[in-house]
Design a protein around this ligand. Sequence first.
Ligand SMILES: [Zn+2]
Length: 436
Amino acid sequence: MTETLLIRGAKLDGGGAADLVVQDGVISESGISLSRAGATVIDADGLIALPGLVDLHTHLREPGYEASETVLSGSRAAAAGGYTAVFAMPNTSPVADTAGVVEQELALGEAAGFVTVQPIGAVTVGQKGERLAELGAMADSRARVRVFSDDGFCVWDPLIMRRALEYVKAFDGVIAQHAQDPRLTEGAQMNEGAVSAELGLAGWPAVAEESIIARDVLLAEHVGSRLHVCHLSTAGSVEIIRWAKRRGVNVTAEVTPHHLLLTDELARGYDAHFKVNPPLRREEDVRAVREGLADGTIDIVATDHAPHPAEAKACEWQAAANGMVGLESAVHVVQLAMVDTGMLTWSDVARVMSRTPARIGRLAGHGTPLTAGEPASLTLYDPAASRTFSKADLHGRSVNSPYLGRELPGEVRWTLRDGIATVADGRLLDAPGARA
Ligand SMILES: [Zn+2]
């Protein structure tokens, strides 16, 4: 039996304040002025209780690139950011394209213990885009894979994309597409537009994303399957998804925190921390993805947490790797871009950062209501706090955050996963439940 907790006065999903009793991994009671003899009391006055955050798009780098991140270090970063589950992208070495590799990933996550690590399987063998990976075997494995993606690479061949969409219907799976036409983005360094022209850097045009999304929503409609669009970044992409949803296509879409906040103007400083794929776009694109998230066209926020060693960023722009770490900053950036601007409520945040990602990924036990009988996987968040984001806020192996030195609102005070604290009183624990 584990410690019994009495959480006093948390605003559930940002609404009315209530007390929660947490016992044996579940919320055993919810109400006003509860008491429980022997319970450890957490004073949550002023704190918002959110269902534990769920990231549908995390790169954990293990096996194969452990210098950048491991399942354990990435799990710790996730817990620090208020997450209780992450979906791990398959671009490891070996690629997670077999039942054996996804089961290994699952076991590493269980051993780390900080968050649920749900493997994503590759769509094609080796993410090479040539033939389908063993999707059924991964779905039937102990890892119960439901999300498949070649993220980093677009499933470009329309026939392979069609076959993948058809195949995953048998087990209610979804194809998460990294929408990037490879031919239109050869050598691309940043968003194609006025800034790239001025800087003389090869551009990554919006049409390279939008043309693939347009094709894929039509393919998903044609075969009656489920499509998820990763890290949508342009105003045109929002329009296409809006059109597809009106038409009844079974499509969901994600946006990253950085595409909600940062623009291609940042490339002017040649600081490679702002180099990412898809690239940072224009001010009008930022406005469009914010509006898309606010009106439900975009379903979720996902981090695309992409750790890279220092040498991959401390170099000239053209030689630098694409990607940013994002697990520890995500909810704070969402507060800054969406909540503090009045575009989302905290209840919306619970939806776009926990409930809907869990539902898209068919992940049980996460994104559940904060009511009696449900798993005690939740985050207690202080929206009134603020700090200068620094390397001390990062707990993974890499520090390639675009927010270092920037003022970010909010603080994760507690993260509980199945009733076990991973963050307590604002401090990431050395091991889950390891409180003095
Ligand atoms: Zn991607």
